[in-house]
Write a protein that binds this ligand. Sequence first.
Ligand code: SAH
Ligand code: SF4
Ligand code: F3S
Length: 438
Amino acid sequence: MQKFYKIVTFGCQMNVHESEKLAGVLESMGYRATEDETQADVVVFNTCCVREAAEQKAMGNIGALKPLKKKKKDMIIAVCGCMTQEKKRAEEIYKKFPFVNIILGTHNTYKFKEYLEQVLATKKRVYQVVPEEPCLPVEVESYRTSGYNAWVNIMYGCNNFCTYCIVPYVRGREKSRPMEDIVAECKKLIADGYKEITLLGQNVNSYGNTFNNGKNNFAELLRQIDALDGNFNLKFLTSHPKDLSEEVVKVIAESKHISHMIHLPVQCGSDRILKLMNRNYTVEHYIKTIEMIRKYIPDVNLSTDIIVGFPTETEEDFEMTLDLMKKVQYNTAFCFIYSKRTGTPAEKMDGQVPLATKRERVNRLLALQREIEKNIFNRFLGQTIKVLMTSRKEGKVLGKTDCGINVIIEGVKEFKVDFVTVKIKDIKNTKLIGEIVE
Ligand code: SAH
Ligand code: SF4
Ligand code: F3S
């Protein structure tokens, strides 16, 4: 009889891709995907702990499966990812949810098959939260679910230790995959018909810091992938403002395939707070970097992450963030309320900001960003741009610009996932409306 699995993913693209690897394991064992958990024989929660809300949601979702598990005794429930790499959390899940069969951390996800087989054979619970190993994790074949886009890991972990962030503790130290492995994977993906490749790392500009002399390895990696034959867009996440080099920006500007978009999280517009965050750059350095980027890539689309309410943040500090946003004019800004993370230096800092203040600030930030986005959208009017047709729904063809803005494309005779040229003639909410140009 056909067996089914359901994977519930929280957190960043890294986790989304890791879930594709878990799906790869389950598919290779003969399981098929389902959205319906009552049909599932295996349910996996791939968790995130970057903010408290993500953890609470995961805990709530796991708890909610208790009644189903009571009825379906053979159903296997696994919890993995960043949240279970935290020892305290993993132990809490073990005690609080005795119906969870498998608990594993981030450093042994690739052994999921072994653990699942163990549970199937012995019916005993598996609890495997292991400390970091010095080597790279074994690459497991992915079962890709992201349509035209393929995620590709180029490195794991982070060495930056921003004082608010839990990621270095749960993902370990920076480790880069060999360049030839990454290029070979990209080559295969392009041959398989993927139209977009997104390279993943917590700090891609440090890619290959341990190789050779460590210099410019990310620029070289981009160059090599850009040189591959085929019709594809190349993107990458995430750049750190202290490390993004002129060399990388030049490679993007001169490339055939690399999207003119850079995600450059600034986090805050106050030097005092940036220092407390251990970000290792100043607002002046950041603005200079933006100017350098715009010199080489005038049509660049910039995005950022912002944290409001970091300990001791005053109204003046916050206004500096607003000023910086007005100066830079981001296409997209992901705005977060600071969330206290156990074990990080910021947890112990004096001057924690009350929730009401944090909420009020984030709302002001979001309102400003909405205004900025409206202006940026208006600039697309009348432009002729390259758009990737991605789907057709109820007779409407949808697509995405190079930087990920949704476009409704009119006048399409034959739909297939491919690049087309579109003239933008209108804007509706957060979508551009355009007509295909033959
Ligand atoms: N490595 C990436 C992504 C890290 S997590 C980077 O450095 O940009 C994604 C975002 O979550 C961060 O950029 C930050 O804005 C936010 N974040 C991290 N820890 C947080 C915390 N404790 N509270 C609120 N937001 C946080
Ligand atoms: Fe976290 Fe900073 Fe590393 Fe990003 S660079 S993952 S914010 S510690
Ligand atoms: Fe990503 Fe969340 Fe882990 S943001 S790296 S899944 S803590």
